[in-house]
Design a protein around this ligand. Structure first.
Ligand code: TMP
Length: 218
């Protein structure tokens, strides 16, 4: 039986540079022989990408926060059973652009839903599955929003007001304080090369954790 892969999630507000840095991390880890599945939420499967489309496109009617929450977890349930679990069980690492911390940050922090509702669904949909590591890219809201606006048309979330993103950011930072063993905070307001130096340090830590996991299974 192969050693279970590492489950790494990447989080942060809008425009913090997740995509560029995920590509950088992917190429570094692949270069070190890690078999890696890179994926995202909402999305990552055919059904999940359809749900993503529903969630992100601006709509004429207000979307009920509970409907939004349930769609996030519907996409997640499919993602876990179709891609995440099989990859981890086969010893591959999974690098996932957003996961349930985003639901706490956006649907509970941002939209104001009770975090107990998120926790209940997390239990039902994930069972014991939790990320091994979470990389939180943190930057002042104004920096991230300016970058997101520079990318062109805004999706339904990006159209939210600054107060919404302040709540998202403070929820992420609170989650990081509560689970400091799992979270690594990266200052995404620094120049790219400094961000990538920080990422390389973390990647070294992940590789060390992996070799311990391998060693203890021999
Ligand atoms: P992305 O543009 O970073 O890929 O994320 C899509 C949007 O979905 C982003 O604005 C955050 C939002 N989102 C939630 O609101 N809750 C969630 O659980 C996830 C995974 C994403």
């Amino acid at each position: 039986m192969s050693v279970r892969g590492l489950f790494i999630t990447v989080e942060g507000g809008e425009g913090v540079g997740k995509s560029t840095n995920i590509a950088f991390l992917e190429s570094f880890l692949s270069g070190h022989g890690v078999e890696l599945v890179v994926t995202r939420e909402p999305g990552g499967t055919s059904l999940g990408e359809d749900i993503r489309q529903l969630l992100l496109e601006p709509r004429p009617e207000p979307v009920d926060p509970l409907a939004e929450l349930l769609l996030m977890f519907a996409a997640r349930a499919q993602h876990i059973s179709e891609r995440i679990e099989p990859a981890l069980a086969a010893g591959k690492w999974v690098l996932c652009d957003r996961f349930t911390d985003a639901t706490y940050a956006y649907q509970s922090g941002g939209r104001g839903l009770d975090s107990g509702a998120v926790r209940g669904l997390e239990q039902i949909v994930q069972g014991v599955l939790r990320p091994d590591y979470t990389l939180l890219f943190d930057a002042p809201v104004s920096t991230g929003m300016a970058r997101a606006r520079g990318r062109g048309e805004l999706d339904r979330f990006e159209q939210e007001q600054v107060e919404f993103f302040e709540r998202v950011r403070s929820t992420y930072l609170q989650l990081a304080r509560e689970s400091s063993g799992r979270f690594r905070i990266i200052d995404a307001s620094l120049p790219l090369e400094k961000v990538q130096d920080a990422l390389l340090k973390i990647a070294g830590e992940l590789l060390a954790c992996w070799s311990v996991r391998h060693g203890s299974s021999d």
